[in-house]
Ligand binder design. Structure first.
Ligand code: DHB
Ligand code: MG
Length: 221
């Protein structure tokens, strides 16, 4: 099945995803430095993030988990020139790669990359930090429940929260899988259910070049 899913993603990308030299350059530099590509979003997924931002005319974006900053570029592409992204990466090697790709891209938006565990970085922000319009949670899955709560503290009514990798090839419904990452995602679903701060929430399974996974999407009340 994987081969067909990848072929269909290629078909979708070749028809619907415009070639963007900045995005290509980011992928190429990442591969050239020997980093794997499975951690990054697929192009058609990046476009979905971009469209959610455009639909809601978001200007301030928070991303947890930068990796190569490929998704960061998609987020930036959706923003007006005075848009702002705070992206946080916990691993030094990934942060260095992400920063290099951000510097090379030379985009007009302000993209601030902070290194550290996302929870620590968020807790260290000033109490009056202006809330975000769009939040993409894509860091260590084990900490998603905590990241969700911290994200809500930095949200306003109407903020969109997207969580990546919430299906993990179905591992979330395998009762024998007790990996911390999988338990973290399960606990996130428990929190998302009837969360008093959320207006609405759903999750969608996806298949494609990145395998079988999915997004959860929530709107803050
Ligand atoms: C992994 C993490 C991701 O954010 C992703 O999109 C795919 C895979 C991982 O840690 O394996
Ligand atoms: Mg991801």
């Amino acid at each position: 099945m994987q081969e067909m899913w990848s072929e269909i993603d290629d078909f979708i990308d070749s028809h619907l995803i415009p070639e963007d030299p900045i995005l290509l350059q980011t992928l190429e530099n990442t591969a050239q430095k020997g980093f794997p590509d499975h951690l990054a979003v697929a192009p058609n997924q990046g476009m979905l993030l971009q469209m959610l931002i455009q639909m809601n005319q978001c200007k301030r974006v928070l991303e947890l988990g930068t990796f190569a900053a490929y998704s960061t570029m998609w987020l930036a592409r959706a923003l007006p020139q005075d848009g702002y992204i705070l992206t946080i990466e916990g691993r030094d090697t990934h942060a260095a790669l992400g920063q290099e790709n951000i510097d090379r891209a030379n985009l007009p938006q302000t993209i601030e990359l902070k290194v550290g565990r996302a929870a620590d970085v968020l807790k260290a922000l000033p109490a009056d930090f202006e809330p975000f319009d769009f939040i993409f949670i894509d860091a260590d899955k084990q900490s998603y429940p905590e990241y969700l709560e911290l994200s809500l503290d930095l949200s306003h009514s109407g903020t969109i929260i997207v969580l990546d990798n919430v299906i993990r090839a179905g591992d979330i419904v395998n009762p024998e899988n007790h990996k911390p990452s999988i338990e973290g995602i399960r606990e996130t679903f428990v929190r998302l259910k009837n969360h008093p701060r959320l207006l609405s929430c759903t999750a969608l399974q996806t298949v494609g070049s990145k395998g079988h996974d999915g997004f959860a999407i929530a709107i803050v009340k």
